[in-house]
Design a protein around this ligand. Structure first.
Ligand code: ZN
Length: 347
């Protein structure tokens, strides 16, 4: 079929800016910074807009309990709500969360229909800490998990990989699919750190044993360490799994400039990881690849790191960013960790 649209889609909706709590790090300016950078650099015009929709309650029920859905829905129209010490709701948070999950669904469906090959969902609130029954860690509904459940409904899609590059462990996503052999969850994250989960001994359970792969990294890990984790563990794990669709939980808080964590990735480091992920999607999944925004709290770092990922989807070279390379400090010795993770997963 002759393509009339760009092969790379994106999702954005101004409603995503209406989830807000003054002074909170998970703020609308994050998304504004990314979108204005992509517009100014001309990248938005190289992508195809995918119109977001609202997730339906039955779609949310694939991964969340009725009580979680009701808890979030009850905050509609409420100016200020605290789900926990970190996680807030504002008057339009429920609407934004429905559309964040629904936007990720819309992108996934456009990829499944073959209208686009890949997409980046610029959504808020983020999702990967939301467990089946609890909003947490700034997250209300688990956008990537909801979309993964949708992809698995598609005839012929039986194996989906979720690659979580956020600096925090995606405990919610891990919980949701912990015993599901159809979902490979791979995460690199700072450890020990919030939320406390993600030890390498967490490998899934029951039929899903082995389908969860955690690479817990010490603070100070940088581009070289990440390159090893992705080439030596992520790529062989995703290949062996024969993934048919890849989602990326795209957190940019592993950037060295991020105020909430101590990992030292640069925008170029993100570009290199995203290049490898795109190659895997091309090799295994006919290109089917959907990114959804998670964390990242330094505005310059997230704008340029998101752009680096978009550039890999578009086949563009790396664009030098103003923050440059991370601090020139020797990385921690992760050899024993890699040996252990490889042994655990027979990689
Ligand atoms: Zn994070």
């Amino acid at each position: 079929m002759r393509r009339t649209m760009s092969g790379v889609g994106y999702v954005y909706d101004p409603l995503y800016l209406e989830h807000e709590l003054p002074g909170h790090p998970e703020r609308p300016e994050r998304l504004r910074a990314i979108m204005s950078h992509l517009e100014e650099s001309g990248l938005v015009s190289q992508m195809t807009k995918v119109e977001p929709r609202d997730a339906t309650i039955p779609e949310l029920r694939f991964v969340h309990t009725e009580s979680l859905i009701e808890e979030v829905a009850a905050t509609a129209g409420v100016d200020r709500h605290r789900f926990d010490a970190d996680t807030y709701g504002s008057a339009r948070s429920y609407d934004a969360a429905l559309r964040a999950a629904g936007g990720t669904l819309a992108a996934t469906e456009a990829v499944l229909r073959g209208e686009i090959d890949s997409a980046f969902c610029f959504v808020r609130p983020p999702g990967h800490h939301a467990t089946p029954d609890r909003p947490m860690g700034f997250c209300l509904f688990n956008n990537v998990a909801v979309a993964t459940a949708r992809a698995l409904e598609e005839p012929g899609i039986d194996r989906v990989a979720i690659i979580d590059i956020d600096v925090h462990h995606g405990n919610g996503t891990q919980d949701i699919f912990y015993d599901d052999p159809r979902v490979l969850y791979f995460s690199t994250h700072q450890f020990p750190h919030y939320p406390g989960t993600g030890h390498w001994t967490e490998i899934g359970s029951g039929d899903g044993e082995g389908a969860t792969t955690n690479v817990p990294l010490p603070a100070g890990s940088g581009d070289d360490t990440y390159r090893r984790c992705y080439t030596e563990i992520c790529a062989p794990a995703v290949r062996r799994f024969r993934s048919q669709f890849i989602f990326v939980s795209a957190g940019f808080d592993a950037h060295f400039a991020d105020p909430l964590a101590g990992i030292l990735l640069s925008a170029r480091g993100y570009y290199n990881i995203a290049t490898l992920i795109r190659e895997l999607a091309g090799e295994l999944c006919e290109g089917r690849l959907v990114y959804a925004l998670e964390g990242g709290y330094d505005l310059t770092a997230i704008a340029w790191s998101a752009r680096a990922c978009v550039d890999t989807l578009l086949g563009n070279p790396f664009a030098e960013d103003p923050l440059g390379a991370g601090p020139a400090v020797p990385g921690p010795d992760i050899e024993p960790l890699l040996v252990e993770v490889k042994r655990q997963h027979t990689l």
